[in-house]
Design a protein around this ligand. Structure first.
Ligand code: PMV
Length: 324
């Protein structure tokens, strides 16, 4: 039996669209920051007496799609370990389900680490990252710590994530402004499939290396202005692709747009803050730690904002007990 904990992450340069859907090999690279405190803790126990895998998520027994996705991921790990025993999986998030914070990154990173350890596999970080990727693309980025780049490649063994700077490199804070807790109609797995139906995806891909390089340099130099410019541009480009795919994916609500406008106005007034948005209506406001309380208070005061959560840069996925 093994227990692992992983943080969620927020992408600054987004992953949207796969070159190989089964292997979740992305069309472009991406860059993210792990989110301390927005965690999944997962325990895996392989048990020869079980007829099927069982999954307890935040205390509730899961069946159907959620269980199938976890079982499929465990099948891959069982094949690596060379046995067929079913598993008992218990997983808890520190953020409530439906809080508008994506949990698949932290969930599949924690599941991968716990299951591999419980199966007696001693894997390096790179192999764990590429294994987590098979469960959810963004989970590859929750395996290493801090600020992370995930490489796009044609082969499974070349597409993994690694740290580009440790958590303490830059005291950036993600102030998550939650405007909706509803489950999204089209999740990211379906969304990746639609990406190539937008004529804008080609342009987004063609410019990706430039954005990746600009973001990486801004992080390494702690250059907030350069960071803000490329992060907002990248998020808008991904949402332009979403909005122009067929069928269209429109994740924004009027509250989302209000936060976008607010972030731009605050920055024009001299406050170092910028926005990014994933496959949903909630807005992630990135700001240096010294400004996080002000940004959180200002965001909370806007109409439509239900709550705010803040997260500092987080470390790598880790086991909660010593490996055997
Ligand atoms: O890993 P997935 O399939 O949940 O996709 C994540 C997609 C975005 O959150 C919208 C972007 C990203 O890079 O995290």
């Amino acid at each position: 039996m093994s227990t692992a904990r992983a943080h969620s992450n927020i992408a600054f340069i987004k992953y949207w669209g796969n070159r190989n859907e089964n292997l979740r090999l992305p069309v472009t690279g991406s860059i993210s920051m792990n989110l301390a405190g927005l965690d999944t803790t997962t325990t895996v126990e392989f048990d020869e007496t079980l007829a099927d895998d069982r999954l307890l998520l935040n205390g509730e027994e899961q069946t159907g799609a959620a269980l199938d996705r976890v079982s499929g991921h465990l099948d891959y790990i069982r094949a690596m370990a060379g046995f067929k025993q079913r598993a008992y999986v218990e997983s808890e998030n520190t953020f409530p389900a439906g809080a508008g914070i994506a949990s698949s990154a932290s969930a599949f990173a924690a599941l991968t680490l716990a299951a591999c350890d419980a199966a007696g596999l001693d894997l390096d970080e790179r192999t764990l990252s590429m294994t987590a990727r098979l469960g959810s693309g963004s989970a590859s980025r929750s395996v290493p710590g801090g600020f992370v780049a995930w490489w796009a490649a044609d082969r499974h063994e070349d597409s993994y994530a690694e740290t580009i700077a440790p958590p303490e490199h830059w005291d950036l804070v993600d102030v998550v402004a939650i405007v909706s807790t509803e489950h999204k109609a089209v999740g990211s797995t379906g969304g990746h499939r639609l990406a190539p139906t937008s004529p804008l995806q080609t342009g987004r891909i063609a410019d990706a290396e430039r954005r990746l390089a600009a973001c990486r340099q801004a992080i390494l130099e702690r250059d907030f202005e350069a960071f803000a410019e490329v992060v907002e541009h990248d998020a808008l480009m991904m949402h332009a692709v979403m909005m122009t795919s067929q069928p269209a994916l429109i994740y924004w609500t009027p509250d989302t747009l209000r936060l976008i406008e607010a972030a731009r106005a605050w920055r024009a007034d001299g406050m170092p803050v910028c926005f990014t948005i994933d496959a949903g209506p909630n807005v992630h406001l990135m700001t240096p730690a010294a400004y996080a309380d002000s940004v959180a208070a200002m965001a909370a005061a806007l109409p439509g904002v239900l709550s705010v959560r803040r997260a500092d840069p987080g470390g790598p996925a880790h086991l909660l007990v010593e490996p055997r």
